[in-house]
Design a protein around this ligand. Structure first.
Ligand code: COI
Length: 355
């Protein structure tokens, strides 16, 4: 056992790394040798630990199973060609998980534990972070918090676990994404918790997403729950539309996840000289733009999705196919962001964080 200044570290004696085919990874299926874990009880977060990756033992009545008190984050670590590992805007993930926790009445976590925990974990499992910008090689990092107190009374848990697990990944979407605009189901409502990265927001999407997948689409583009007229997000990604030469995305609201990649896309697009408008986009405007040819591109942004071009958009019985223009915005913005993440370009916005 080793102890960093804040964290108790127990290393595995049996690394699994040699069993992994890093060229043929299925997203989120393989996990590294270690995990970070910190318990909350008696009103405070206890000493964090790094342990060999292992199953959890939970009481079947643990509140997470019954009332869904669970929030999570998605982050990535990247390795440059010199072998140095980098995180991208990790403090933003820390702020966001605490916002999500607050909305679900989960105690907020401690910044030093989060940042030092990540650092220690990534140093220990550094060999799992592979370089290779073109293949999208990265280590996907999944911090999450679950309610562990035993008992089925419908009240907030008094005990929690904050855990970080890591998974080597490549691209989440390997082809252009096909989306269908929601006209019946909703992901979130005003006053709800759509802006939180809460497990339940994802569970509620699975059934409507399955229905569109049966029609040949990958994802739903969610609309407002009142009139299904405002385009909001795609569940695993925020969404952007290029109308003529302006990049448009809807503003963040209490129904929409405040995507860190989304913010980075806006900043980077402006740096590249692209006009960006953050404003409401209606289904009517999109259909008109798709019909008159002014809808030139669309893409989603997210940690897992990176920047994924949308090739097909459907609404009710109408389907539009988008062909990428030569001066493709999504490709230029994606390259510029990846160049920062993989330490190829100068980090003018202070986004990179060396592990
Ligand atoms: C992420 O991009 O990190 C997400 O959390 C999306 C997830 C559903 C894969």
């Amino acid at each position: 056992m080793e102890t960093s200044s804040l964290i108790k570290v127990t290393k595995t004696e049996n690394s699994k790394i040699n069993q992994v085919d890093f060229d043929n990874l299925v997203f989120g299926k393989t996990f590294t040798d270690h995990m970070f874990i910190c318990d909350y009880k008696d009103g405070s977060w206890q000493t964090p630990e790094i342990l060999p990756y292992q199953p959890l033992t939970l009481d079947p009545s643990a509140k997470v199973f019954h009332y869904g008190q669970a929030v999570f984050e998605g982050m990535k670590a990247y390795k440059d060609e010199q072998g140095k590992a980098w995180l991208f805007r990790p403090e933003e993930n820390f702020e966001r998980i605490n916002k999500s926790s607050k909305r679900l009445n989960i105690p907020e976590f401690i910044k030093e534990y989060f940042l030092e925990g990540l650092n220690e974990l990534l140093k220990l499992d550094s060999a799992w972070i592979k370089s290779g910008q073109d293949a999208g090689n990265a280590l996907y990092i999944r911090p999450f918090v679950i309610a562990t107190q035993a008992g089925v009374m419908a009240s907030p848990s008094t005990e929690y676990k904050f855990i970080i697990i890591c998974s080597p990944v490549q691209a989440y979407y390997t082809k252009d994404v096909k989306v269908k605009i929601a006209d019946y189901y909703s992901r979130a409502a005003n006053g709800g918790f759509g802006a939180a990265k809460a497990a339940g927001n994802y569970a509620g999407q699975f059934y409507p997403t399955k229905l569109v997948q049966e029609e040949g689409y990958d994802q739903v583009i969610w609309t407002d729950d009142t009139n299904h007229e405002h385009l909001e997000e795609a569940g695993t990604m925020n969404i952007f539309f290029r109308i003529n030469d302006t990049l448009v995305t809807c503003p963040i609201s209490e129904r929409i996840l405040d995507g860190i990649t989304r913010k980075s896309v806006i900043t980077m697009a402006e740096k590249l000289g692209i006009t960006v408008e953050v404003r409401k986009v209606t289904v009517t405007e999109l259909i008109e733009a798709a019909n008159n040819g002014s809808l030139k591109e669309s893409f989603g942004s997210g940690t897992a999705a990176v920047i994924s071009p949308i090739g097909t958009i459907a609404h009710k019985d109408n389907v539009w196919t988008l062909t990428k223009p030569e001066d493709c915005y999504s490709a230029a913005i994606k390259k510029a962001i990846l160049d920062v993440q993989y330490n190829v370009a100068e980090d003018t916005f202070g986004w990179r964080y060396e592990v």
